[in-house]
Design a protein around this ligand. Structure first.
Ligand SMILES: NC(=O)c1ccc[n+]([C@@H]2O[C@H](COP(=O)([O-])OP(=O)(O)OC[C@H]3O[C@@H](n4cnc5c(N)ncnc54)[C@H](O)[C@@H]3O)[C@@H](O)[C@H]2O)c1
Length: 340
């Protein structure tokens, strides 16, 4: 079977590719990535040696290029990780989020539909990698409340609005055009290869240099943390065993305040809490996310293998042992990693 994996040079997509390219030698994987600032070819360079893997530099906003690629490759599965993913950037430049996350998604769906209708090659599955942020946020004082797949869409940021819009188009294509689709909505991921703009790698890299660590507001916002590998095992199960037209939640069952996460990192690195610097809160900052994954567990047999403590320890060790990975991003050298 031939798989298209978009956004595979990013954090979650690269971890996914390392997992599936090795697990399924009988399947072929094509990674499509525009290598935006968040795409790091170093994350996937080692996969070049694999016979069942190939990289294509392409932008999902480029409709013609995407359609041409589909016509040539005749994919069986599409897994869309590609997105603008940083909430702060969506506040500065919302339109880019609509272009990549909504129009880019539609370009993939349209190309798959065209391949079916004009080339007589229907896809087996289009999978959209979405986020729990489409559900909005929960109050801090109601720990009993969790997001289920039935929770109404109620977005806060331009990022989550663009992801929710994309989800609605994916579901509309299932209903209107009979496209075989699934959607996963996952909580906050941690693990190796996360771009150092997101909380955990930012805190680790600043702490290692004894620099002040910015924490939004009072650091009280709660996130449900999941190890990226557990997320990707869930995506793989949904892609292969999930039911068409269905949404599946994937959560870490590990709620922590941002301040708790920062303190965990400082403690492991032996750095003082005096490095913490409180900064003006993000506008519209979501208070709490917490996710009920029982549907994925019951229907697909999905299980988490990491708990937060061991997963974080392993993750912090990875960044400490791969300081050159962060340095190449800080110096800009990572942009030269892709040679064609
Ligand atoms: N990081 C999280 O905690 C989290 C949680 C839930 C869901 N998600 C979703 O998972 C997906 C991956 O997230 P991530 O954290 O790995 O993001 P990331 O920013 O690390 O990676 C995104 C990748 O997409 C590529 N990309 C961006 N625009 C593109 C375009 N126009 N054409 C082709 N490629 C493009 C980038 O080059 C990069 O490689 C996203 O869809 C995100 O919404 C992320």
């Amino acid at each position: 079977m031939k798989f298209l994996v978009t956004g595979g040079a990013g954090f979650i997509g690269s971890n996914y590719l390392h997992y599936v390219v090795n697990k399924y030698p009988e399947d072929d994987f094509i990674c499509l990535d525009a290598l935006t600032y968040a795409g790091n070819y170093n994350n996937i360079k080692i996969l070049e040696e694999k016979p069942n893997y190939k990289f294509v530099k392409m932008d999902i906003r480029d409709k013609e290029a995407v359609e041409k690629l589909f016509k040539k490759e005749k994919f069986d599965y599409i897994i869309n990780f590609a997105a603008e993913s940083h909430v702060d950037n969506s506040i500065k430049n919302p339109n880019l989020f609509a272009e990549t996350n909504i129009i880019g998604t539609m370009n993939l769906l349209n190309a798959a539909r065209k391949m079916r209708d004009e080339e007589n090659h229907p896809i087996i599955r289009y999978h959209q990698v979405s986020t729990d942020e489409v559900y909005g946020d929960l109050p801090l004082d109601r720990p009993d409340l969790l997001f289920t797949e039935e929770t109404p869409i109620h977005t806060s940021s331009p990022y989550s609005s663009s992801k929710a819009s994309a989800d609605l188009f994916v579901l509309a294509y299932a209903r209107t055009f009979k496209m075989p689709v699934t959607i996963s909505r996952c909580s906050n991921n941690y693990g190796a290869y996360q771009f150092p703009e997101k909380l955990i790698p930012v805190v680790i890299s600043k702490a290692l240099k004894n620099e002040p660590i910015p924490v939004y507001g009072k650091g009280e916002n709660v996130r449900d943390w999941i190890h990226v590998h557990d997320h990707n095992v869930g995506v793989d199960l949904i892609v292969r065993k999930g039911h068409n037209g269905e949404v599946y939640n994937l959560g870490g069952h590990s709620e922590r305040t941002n301040l708790e996460v920062v303190k965990t990192i400082l403690k492991q690195l032996g750095k003082p809490e005096s490095l913490i610097t409180y900064v003006t809160d993000r506008p519209g900052h979501d208070l709490r996310y917490a996710i009920d994954s029982s549907k994925s567990e019951k229907e697909l047999g999905w299980e988490r293998t990491y708990n937060f403590e061991t997963g974080m320890k392993e993750t912090i060790d990875w960044y400490v042992n791969n300081e050159e990975w962060i340095e190449s991003i800080e110096s800009g050298a990572y942009k030269e990693a892709y040679k064609h």
